[in-house]
Design a protein around this ligand. Structure first.
Ligand SMILES: Cc1ncc(C[n+]2csc(CCOP(=O)(O)OP(=O)(O)O)c2C)c(N)n1
Length: 320
């Protein structure tokens, strides 16, 4: 049974980031071995996913993009069911009909992942409108990339949300890449958050490789959204440490830039901080690693043993 997770203790966030990393590395390995679809992994962006998602409460809703495994796992998704979905098995979140690019996990309040870049922005704005009209408590968190922030749909969505006081946290994961194009080839400024002032809303940039800082910023921002019902734009400044879509040898990335960002790896960073302050022992860390590896091998066994959907199911659940 899936359970929404809200534990934001440093230990819980660290283990969750380790699980996301192991899940994504495993997807890369399965793809390299053949007979497994390519996926857009979120390696390097775990602190952004975990920090924001763990700042939400149970009745909040999430809409995300093509790089969604971290958001789903942070919310409490079962890695086995995500993997089953990627492998087209009937035990997956959408009974094997979506792959990673269109996942919806209603039980976790994850309304959709959108493979149409920017698509989630207008849909999330619509969901926030419905939360507002129906006087529901939950706010909406909408994840998108810096590339999506260069599309017209970003401007229309934020302007409308500002005008209509919609309870939405727009989270731009600025990972410096837009597929194979460097961010600085498509925009002259470094920060997406600056655009918030154009709509009369608050814009914040946070170090997206610092899980605790992301969590604090997202928690404060979501509290303000609940109180004021006004949208906020939160930019998590981070880096995509792996390819855009597997397989990807990243030949287009400057090795020095990559090495610099690897030295800011969000997982090693939090782990080192916790070991130093004695909030974590090396034994704790080893146990976490074991639990994570067990979870991944259980996920693989579960997905591989799961059946494909029956052909009679081809047209069921296709329309909402
Ligand atoms: C409307 C649309 N245009 C182009 C694509 C192809 N595409 C998929 S991901 C991507 C890059 C998106 O960059 P960004 O929004 O920064 O997200 P990131 O991949 O960096 O997480 C592109 C161009 C698409 N899926 N949808």
């Amino acid at each position: 049974m899936d359970e929404i997770k809200t534990d934001a203790s440093p230990k819980a966030m660290l283990e969750c980031m380790m699980l996301i990393r192991a899940f994504e590395e495993n997807n890369k390995a399965l793809n390299a071995a053949g007979n497994f679809p390519g996926t857009c992994t979120s390696i390097g962006q775990e602190a952004s996913a975990v920090g924001v998602v763990r700042a939400l409460v149970k009745n909040d809703l999430i809409l995300t993009n093509h790089r969604s495994a971290g958001h789903l796992i942070a919310r409490g998704a079962d890695p086995g069911r995500i993997l089953a979905e990627i492998m087209g098995r009937s035990t997956g979140y959408c009974k094997g009909k979506s792959g990673t690019l269109h996942v919806s996990a209603k039980e976790l309040g994850v309304i959709l992942t959108s493979t149409i870049v920017g698509g989630e922005l207008s849909l999330a704005t619509g969901v926030a409108l419905s939360q507002s009209v129906l006087k529901r408590q939950g706010i909406v968190a909408c994840f998108f990339g810096d590339g999506a922030a260069c599309e017209g749909i970003f401007h229309e969505s934020l302007n409308l949300a500002a005008m209509w006081n919609l309870p939405i946290l727009y989270v731009c994961e600025n990972n410096q890449w837009q597929a194979y194009v460097r961010r600085d080839e498509t925009m002259l400024t470094d920060h997406i958050s600056k655009r918030a002032s154009a709509y009369g809303i608050e814009g914040i940039t946070v170090d997206g490789n610092d899980a605790e800082a992301v969590w604090a910023a997202a928690r404060d921002a979501s509290a303000r959204i609940r109180n004021t019902k006004k949208p906020i734009l939160l930019e998590t400044y981070t880096y995509r440490l792996s390819g855009h879509f597997e397989p990807d040898d990243m030949a287009y990335v400057d090795p020095e830039e990559l090495a610099e960002w690897k030295s800011k790896d969000p997982i090693s960073r939090l782990k080192a901080k916790m070991l130093e302050s004695k909030a974590l022992t090396s034994n704790d860390a080893a146990q976490m690693e074991q639990r994570v590896q067990r979870a991944i091998s259980d996920a693989v066994s579960f997905a591989k043993a799961s059946p494909f959907p029956e052909s009679s199911q081809l047209t069921t659940d296709v329309y909402a």
